[in-house]
Design a protein around this ligand. Structure first.
Ligand SMILES: *Cc1c(COP(=O)(O)O)cnc(C)c1O
Length: 344
């Protein structure tokens, strides 16, 4: 069996999760009749201190529903250069909402409030695009799973309030940030007007993300979700997997983080230019191959031939992501395969 570290989305629903799915009470959610999805929406809204939540099939759609509500057509959203919203949602903000984006670069994707606030231009008048919202990603995926500092989010909120800007949190991996930092979900939630969270990443659900915000915004998002063709029926089946994931799979993320650090240490022992071990804060291990003669895709081919699947996300950037279906014996094998592939 191959060891698959391409992403934390590759996990199989566990027997317990499948059991929860099988026994979930359901109803037609377009009529608001599904008790399991209703309770999941309430549960997550409460966890993050928001009034309401809306189930979405993907994190991309949860982000896009939030953007749709915060930014009017012709206005601007600003975000970090390598954020998922900017790089990995295929221009959805432009396509769905007529929204332009402008970006600031940050090392490892780490937020400095001043970077965002310095490029924000609210109320730009009749000639220039007006900024209306700022998006923050926590943890930062392409930054290497980095955890955003709470002090910077507090500063960002302060500055955003002074400028009249809204803040969106792309919290696809907020669970990992919480486990790594000990910061509560309420503390992460309180600086943002809208939040997206994914149940299908480290928490191991097959499908499911939620957009969290005020009752008013969530009611509008429900209309937009239907308009985009994602009004769903008996989705308590999916929501039951989400409840199960929240009950069982948050605390165990610490194991994924430990295994990611161990992988990083093993790689640094082969060649310390490949990775800064102290930069591995959660479950993502990003390799910088600039000092090696091979490309990321060549490395991924070498690994694959030996039974380890990794991602080549840039010409010289490879990514390994630990998850709940990756255990200590696979960790030992992965280290050996990487050693062979990197030294060859
Ligand atoms: C995975 C991810 C999303 C959402 O992805 P979907 O595949 O659309 O569910 C959003 N933001 C970040 C940072 C992600 O890693």
């Amino acid at each position: 069996m191959a060891i698959d570290l391409r992403s934390d989305t590759v996990t199989q629903p566990s027997p317990g999760m499948r059991d929860a799915i099988a026994h979930a009470p359901v109803g037609d959610d377009v009529y608001g009749d599904d008790p399991t999805v209703n309770s999941l929406e309430e549960r997550l809204a409460q966890m993050f201190g928001k009034e309401a939540g809306l189930f979405s099939p993907t994190g991309s759609l949860a982000n896009q529903l939030a953007i749709r509500l915060l930014v009017a057509p012709g206005e601007e959203l600003i975000a970090e250069t390598n954020s998922h919203i900017v790089r990995a949602e295929l221009g959805a903000a432009a396509t769905f909402s007529g929204v332009t984006t402008r970006t600031w670069p940050a090392k490892h994707g780490l937020l400095k409030a001043s970077d965002a606030l310095e490029i924000a231009r609210p109320d730009s008048g009749p000639y220039l695009v007006s900024t209306t919202a700022i998006a923050v990603e926590n943890t930062h995926n392409f930054g290497g799973g980095t955890v955003q500092p709470l002090v910077e989010m507090r500063e960002l909120r302060k500055g955003a309030d002074e400028m009249g800007l809204s803040l969106h949190l792309d919290g696809a991996r907020i669970w990992n940030a919480h486990i790594a930092s000990g910061v509560s979900f309420l503390d992460y939630g309180k600086y943002f007007d809208t939040i997206s969270v994914c149940l299908s990443k480290g928490l191991g659900a097959p499908v499911g993300s939620l957009m969290l915000s005020t009752k008013e915004r969530v009611a509008k998002a429900r209309v937009w979700r239907k308009r985009y063709g994602a009004g769903m029926r008996q989705i308590g089946l999916l929501a039951a997997a989400g409840h199960y994931a929240l009950d069982h799979n948050i605390a165990r993320l610490a194991d994924d983080h430990r295994r990611a650090r161990e992988l990083a240490s093993a790689i640094a022992a082969i060649d310390s230019s490949l990775i800064e071990v102290s930069g591995v804060q959660t479950n993502i291990v990003g390799l910088d191959l600039t000092s090696l003669p091979i490309s990321a895709s060549e490395l991924s081919v070498r690994c694959r031939e030996n039974g380890l699947w990794i991602s080549a996300l840039g010409p010289k950037y490879a990514r390994l992501v630990t998850h709940m279906d990756f255990d200590d014996s696979q960790l030992a094998q992965a280290k050996e395969i990487l050693k062979k592939a990197l030294v060859a």
